[in-house]
Design a protein around this ligand. Structure first.
Ligand SMILES: NC(=O)c1ccc[n+]([C@@H]2O[C@H](COP(=O)([O-])OP(=O)(O)OC[C@H]3O[C@@H](n4cnc5c(N)ncnc54)[C@H](O)[C@@H]3O)[C@@H](O)[C@H]2O)c1
Length: 452
């Protein structure tokens, strides 16, 4: 095999084309040849036609362009890994039933990559981007890769931990402008190769790099998510107190706290709790990991407990507004766990809806992106509308569950007309200024009613 020249652009393979893998692939393909590998044939079929299998802001045009110009290819065949300089593992790492991390996708991807690079003498580096508990890259991925490839890491191929921090809904923006790159190389070879790759991609905009052991890199990812989740549960706990203090407002508390630079204002937005595919399972995995280390994870357990009970708090507020929800018509606006995504995984709208329905409410829902996922998850227990106005029409209460900008278009007059004169709003995301709805009975998370 001919030695590759220093100036050669690295060839990239990305294994697992979910939110992280496909967003990363679409961005990297602007500079490098990228092959995406996934086991899901239907997904590969769609991506091969330049169509995103899920909604993510900015993803579709990138995919279209890079599939068309041949910079991004996709396949179910792992042999592309043997022809790549860097192979990213971006498969899922869900929670198992007992709460610990399920590494089966990481194991199987590592096995397949190892088999693919077995016959090759190309100096490939395997980069673990999936979120995995400390020790996984060294104690799980490395032995599987070495055993299945028959090669020794550090001698002709490398292994590196490189956790991902992108946010769904902003995945493209975050991939192009990350706050930091964290790398935990197992060997010098992978360190040099990964750093050189990132320097080529980011050029003068190279983000700060934190270089550490693989175990520390893995822990940085969990600590970041657990800290952000804890900030959310903290402010939600304060919100519950505000709801019992006439005249108080959690938003003012958050603003007053956030101006302290030691605290900061981000992630102090009270709401129905955190959802998505990462925070709940990552905090749970860290709890489990701490216990195995013999460390008491009670702060993190409380973070989860506040989060699990926050949907009940939304339902209690609805009951308070309507006396009882039985037989009442309720419009839920927002089903995705965050705006700008169609992802409903762990969305707090789901338990709120289930609870309302179990109490006899007639629920209708609308979301600008997440209707398909919600229909699969909830089925016929609720009705679905094609826009916010249709959803709200003739209902007794409107609950805002996702902070979609388009919900800001609903005006006081319009709601009064659509709801037959009696407007009730429960703003679980704090998107509205209550003064906007002078005719309404208005309640929000963390708002102490002045008349209580
Ligand atoms: N979603 C996020 O916002 C986010 C952010 C940062 C980090 N992460 C982490 O990144 C990882 C991926 O997350 P995601 O949300 O993109 O997951 P996902 O579930 O959306 O996608 C995983 C993909 O991997 C594929 N896959 C599974 N096993 C495979 C195998 N053996 N070979 C090839 N493909 C395989 C699946 O078909 C799927 O397309 C997780 O560890 C997650 O914790 C996610």
């Amino acid at each position: 095999m001919m030695a590759r020249e220093e100036t050669d652009e690295p060839r990239i393979a990305i294994v697992g084309l979910g939110y992280v893998g496909l967003s990363t692939a679409a961005c990297l393909a602007s500079k490098f040849h990228v092959t995406g590998i996934d086991l899901d044939l239907a997904k590969i079929g769609l991506i091969g036609k330049g169509r995103a299998p899920f909604l993510e802001k900015g993803l579709q045009p990138l995919l279209e362009a890079h599939v068309r110009n041949g910079m991004l290819q996709c396949t179910t065949n792992y042999s592309a890994a043997s022809d790549s300089d860097i192979v990213f593992i971006t498969v899922g790492t869900p929670s198992s039933k007992s709460g610990e991390i399920d590494l089966s996708q990481v194991r199987s991807a590592s096995q397949s990559i190892g088999e693919a690079i077995a016959g090759s003498n190309r100096p490939t580096t395997v980069v673990v981007k999936s979120t995995v508990i400390p020790g996984t890259t060294r104690s799980v991925v490395k032995p599987i890769l070495e055993q299945s490839s028959g090669r020794t890491s550090g001698e002709g191929f490398g292994i590196c931990s490189n956790p991902e921090f992108l946010r769904e809904g902003q995945a493209i923006e975050d991939t192009l402008n990350p706050s930091r790159i964290v790398i935990g190389p197992i060997d010098q070879f992978s360190r040099d190769q990964v750093l050189s790759f990132y320097r080529k991609f980011y050029g003068a905009q190279m983000p700060p790099v934190v270089e550490t052991s693989p175990e520390t890199a893995e822990l940085i990812k969990y600590s970041s998510n657990a800290f952000l989740a804890t900030k959310i549960s903290f402010i939600n706990l304060i919100a519950r107190m505000c709801e019992k203090i006439p005249g108080s407002d959690v938003n003012d508390v958050a603003r007053g706290m956030g101006l302290d630079p030691r605290i900061g204002s981000l992630f102090l937005q009270a709401g129905p709790g955190f959802g998505g595919s990462c925070f709940p399972k990552d905090v749970q995995a860290l709890v489990d990991y701490a216990k195995r280390l013999g460390v008491d994870p009670s702060i993190l357990e409380s973070t989860l407990k506040v989060n699990e009970t926050q949907p009940d708090n939304v339902v209690s507020q609805a009951e308070k507004m309507l006396n009882r929800v039985d037989g009442k018509k309720i419009a839920v606006l927002g089903l995705a766990f965050n705006p700008n995504t169609d992802d409903i995984r762990e969305s707090r709208a789901i338990p709120v809806i289930r609870k309302l329905v179990s109490k006899g409410a007639m629920v209708g829902a609308y979301d600008p992106m997440a209707m398909d996922g919600a229909k699969r998850e909830l089925g016929p227990i609720i009705t679905y509308s094609t826009n916010a106005k249709a959803c709200v029409k003739g209902t007794d209460l409107v609950i805002i569950m996702t902070a979609w900008p388009e919900f800001m278009d609903l005006s006081n007059d319009e709601l009064t007309r659509l709801m037959g004169g009696r407007v009730r709003i429960l703003d679980a995301r704090r998107i509205y200024d209550p003064a906007r709805f002078p005719n309404a009975e208005f309640t929000a998370i963390g708002l102490g009613n002045p008349h209580d």
